[in-house]
Design a protein around this ligand. Sequence first.
Ligand code: 5RP
Length: 245
Amino acid sequence: MASKFFICYNDCKKGVNALLNVTDERKKESGEKAAEFIQNGMVIGLGSGSTVYWMLKKLGELVKQGLEIKGIPTSIRTEGWAKEFNIPLTDFSQVQNLDLAIDGADEVDPNFNLIKGGGGSLLREKLVDAQAKQLIIIVDESKMVKELGKFPLPVEVVPFGWEVTAQRIAKLGGTPNLRKGDGKVFISNNGNYILDCEFHYISNPEELHNQLKLLLGLVETGLFIGMTDTVIIGCEGEVKVIHKN
Ligand code: 5RP
């Protein structure tokens, strides 16, 4: 997981352009385009991931030019970046309804259903994204798929008894793998574990989400069903903005 943020980390420390590969360039274009949808006075859900990083960087520039907004971050990493770019932050104790959320995704299907959680922030992302009047998803074109499931589905589970929760997931046809990084178990921002579940293809995302949600020990799934209003896709030579019908 650490390598995913390599470009972003380096951007904070050195010049970035020489380091960008094609995918990163498309993430950058998509993230920067999303910032155009932010209007004065809005409360914004600030998603997570390397594509969101570029949106935050652009938003920081707009704030410097006088744009007045407040953001609620979906992860500790996003909170750090937002502070670095001087983006004013708030939280759910101050405001419960958001005008807009802008977030990344690991897969987007033709119905704009998503797999999220590659960075392990799916629970906070879902809490924030669900409170927004509008959700914009920013991706590079490699994330657009005909059917969800090639990307292993992240699910957040409580650490106690995760082994039996994993067995329950396996009975639904998935192969759960406990997420680790640097040889240690990955701990989410909420103190939970992430199981990356290989389903290979998910023919009915809503049904699978509902089945998983009934399992004891499972906190949330990385399936974001029917939440997305707009997808901004960084493609070769252009940035596509597609609104849900
Ligand atoms: C984190 C997420 C991210 O939004 C998703 O992994 C996309 O990340 P990136 O923009 O780095 O490809 O869901 O939990």
